[in-house]
Ligand binder design. Sequence first.
Ligand code: SAH
Ligand code: SF4
Ligand code: F3S
Length: 448
Amino acid sequence: MARRYHITTFGCQMNKADSERMAGILETMGFEYEDNAEVADLILYNTCTIRDQAEQKVYSYLGKQAIRKKTNPNLTLIVAGCVAQQEGEALLRRVPELDLVMGPQYANQLEDLLTQVFNGSQVVATDPIHIMEDITKPRRDSAVTAWVNVIYGCNERCTYCVVPGVRGIEQSRTPDAIKAEMENLALQGYKEITLLGQNIDAYGRDLLGSKPDGQHLHTLTDLLYHVHDIEGIDRIRFATSHPRYFTERLIKACAELPKICEHFHIPFQSGDNDILKAMSRGYTHEKYRRIIDTVRAYMPDASVSGDAIVGFPGETEEQFQSTLNLMQDIGFDMVNTAAYSPRPGTPAALWENQISEEVKIDRLQRINHLVSQSAQTRSDRYAGRIEEVLVEDQNYKDKTQVVGRTRANRLTFLKGTIEELKGKTVPVKITAVRPFSLTGEQVVPVIA
Ligand code: SAH
Ligand code: SF4
Ligand code: F3S
């Protein structure tokens, strides 16, 4: 019988993309996917350390498997991703049953690392490396939408954030490598691509060459033009944008290029200038507002989402109110919120003006209330409208329905069978609106 592998993925889209690649490698090595970790022969936890809660979850999962390994010495246990990078050898001391600890930069070298493990070594792979151009075949979760990495790492130094420490310095892929991957995905029938980077606006600044005006030769805007016309790809998205680098040229390109979806995920983190400064974000709330104004001047109906942190060290009630004010004024379609979590190796974790858990939780509840209110208001505008929905999957809770997303990224349910509609773009009349999802009916036969 083939050996069975199981992967549990925590964290962001980069981790999900890495997991798909590692799953692809394991399948090329002859492993078969197993949904139930309890019976798998190889378990890989692809971990996240953005907040303490995310990290603690990994230890509780690992503890269980370490016990199982005592009775089943053939079990292979792997910790990959950001906790692996952050903790390195310390993880082996904490969980000696581990076979392999590997940082995110090693995702496409899983086969080599496993060969060392099967030869009897316990392996830690966390030294910074140049990420080799990917030749692995990912096992992608969806057959309709796919992620494509364009830049790895992050060179920013936001004072709360572990990402630069665990993902390393920025490494852009070449425009041609990205285009080739997208062309290949188009041939396999994928319809929607999300270009990925922790700070995607930094794309290209580490590649050689500059233009006469001093701008680097390859920018995200140039990349969008470079990959736009691939036949078969209907929609292109990108994430995550940084307000410090978000340009009008980029906004213009998005307005001009029909396949780029009118959805912008631009984390603001706070609406208070002193907090933004303490976070080292490099912009003011006024600049953030100007960006959104410009987006809406070019694309009045664009959807806008962001991330916010509450209870950052020193945040007063008044400063928190400034964040709520910003949100009220902008009218976000969606905001990911989090209570500030002090992270090892980050400057803000050492500051003495930490906010109590009680205050953080209170602010989190209040901000979340506003998030759903504002999401509901934004959903309301779709009622009765016809939206293009790219169908991705069956609705597992109601098998008479399928689910997809509008160009603005709203999850939308409609009657239909997945056999008929998968990967199709369907005009849907919206009949019910909720904060984070819509329901509608297909109005005319499928267009594409
Ligand atoms: N690169 C993106 C986001 C990276 S992490 C950006 O620059 O915005 C995703 C989100 O996690 C962040 O936007 C932030 O809101 C949140 N986050 C990061 N570090 C955090 C911390 N220490 N405590 C709480 N939230 C945090
Ligand atoms: Fe973290 Fe800031 Fe980089 Fe985003 S831009 S990943 S918040 S350091
Ligand atoms: Fe988490 Fe690493 Fe992503 S810390 S948010 S998985 S970059």
